[in-house]
Design a protein around this ligand. Structure first.
Ligand SMILES: NC(=O)c1ccc[n+]([C@@H]2O[C@H](COP(=O)([O-])OP(=O)(O)OC[C@H]3O[C@@H](n4cnc5c(N)ncnc54)[C@H](OP(=O)(O)O)[C@@H]3O)[C@@H](O)[C@H]2O)c1
Length: 313
């Protein structure tokens, strides 16, 4: 029998922050954590959607402790405001941070700070958020940060001369880079936490292939012929191959809550090609474990965001 949400330990008294919580995997993660008794802060860029989502969770989990707060990962100002609001809200600190939000394969666009949208939102936004929330994450066993990557990390290449996709933008390449950066970050973060002797653990997870808004939302930005042509293929892929969002959320929930999981683990589905199935520990792509690259990406991310973790390297 595979792992299921019912295996999440009682999370009463625990506090979780979930990014991109209004829909898709983030919604399912928030619902399941709230169902296990955690207080969940749903960090979303659109408060209208966030409130509807929180109401949806309350309908399913009548005693759910869920609340919403605005977070736009494509703006460092918003990330800073969110971190301050979270510190004010949870004076006792937070137990879990789920770095889940993401955008996939839009035409080339930039964040408010001039970063390429996918690298800027998926990686730099979460890098800044995690660093700013560090003082709030409880220095206790069981405190975890889970960063969501993808099998698409395999197609990512970290080119330090062109992190922003300025010389020849590829939608797929930029998405792959952002997801490789997520994975490299999660592994390097754990290495630094261990060096500091911190009980906080960094995990990574990927959902396989899950039917969510992701495959539609990115290409829809700016529209264009590419997105119109891709839509029927995406719909067919969803019908034939994808697992539902709740199943896609399972590796993230397993990474966040399984007490036996070693620090620094990467969790994905156990089926063929890691596309679907029950959560299990999977191997990160080799390029994500290159320490020299990870250290350089870390320094670049600190420089670009202006956020420093103060951890030993
Ligand atoms: N679905 C899959 O098959 C799959 C596979 C591999 C990895 N992943 C990863 O799983 C994660 C969740 O994706 P999903 O499938 O659940 O996609 P989704 O249904 O499209 O949800 C993405 C979430 O991210 C939010 N978001 C996008 N840009 C944001 C920003 N600038 N600031 C704050 N939030 C932002 C979206 O908000 P709005 O609703 O306002 O747009 C939404 O809540 C992503 O990191 C993705 O890369 C998914």
């Amino acid at each position: 029998m595979g792992w299921s949400e019912a295996d999440i330990p009682d999370s009463g008294g625990r506090t979780a922050v979930v990014t991109g919580a209004n829909v898709g995997l983030g919604f399912e993660v928030s619902r399941a954590l709230a169902g296990a008794g955690a207080t969940v802060l749903m960090a979303c860029r659109d408060m209208g959607k966030a409130r509807v989502a929180a109401e949806g969770i309350r309908e399913e989990v009548p005693d759910a402790r869920v609340d919403t707060e605005v977070l736009d990962l494509a703006s460092l100002d918003s990330v800073r405001e969110f971190a301050s609001a979270t510190a004010a809200r949870f004076s006792d600190g937070i137990d879990l941070l789920i770095n889940n939000a993401g955008v996939m394969m839009p035409p080339r666009r930039e964040t408010a700070d001039g970063f390429e949208l996918q690298f800027g939102t998926n990686h730099l936004g979460h890098f800044a958020l995690t660093g700013l929330l560090m003082p709030q994450i409880k220095e206790l066993p069981g405190s975890r940060v889970v960063t969501v990557s993808s099998t698409m990390a395999r197609v990512g290449r970290i080119d330090f001369d062109d992190l922003q996709g300025e010389s020849g933008y590829s939608r797929t390449g930029a998405y792959g880079l952002s997801k490789l950066a997520n994975l490299s970050f999660a592994i390097e973060f754990q290495r630094r936490l261990a060096l500091a002797g911190s009980p906080i653990e960094s995990m990574a997870a990927h959902p396989g292939y899950s039917a969510t808004n992701l495959q539609k939302a990115g290409p829809r930005i700016g529209g264009g012929v590419g997105s119109a042509l891709a839509a029927p293929f995406m719909a067919l892929g969803h019908r034939l191959l994808a697992q539902d969002a709740a199943a896609g959320a399972a590796p993230i929930l397993f990474a966040a809550t399984n007490p036996e999981l070693p620090a620094g683990s990467y969790v994905g589905p156990d089926g063929p090609g890691e596309m679907r199935g029950s959560p299990t520990v999977v191997h990160p792509v080799e390029s994500a474990t290159d320490r020299e690259v990870a250290e350089r990406l870390w320094s670049e991310s600190e420089r670009l965001t202006g956020v420093s973790y103060g951890l030993p390297a």
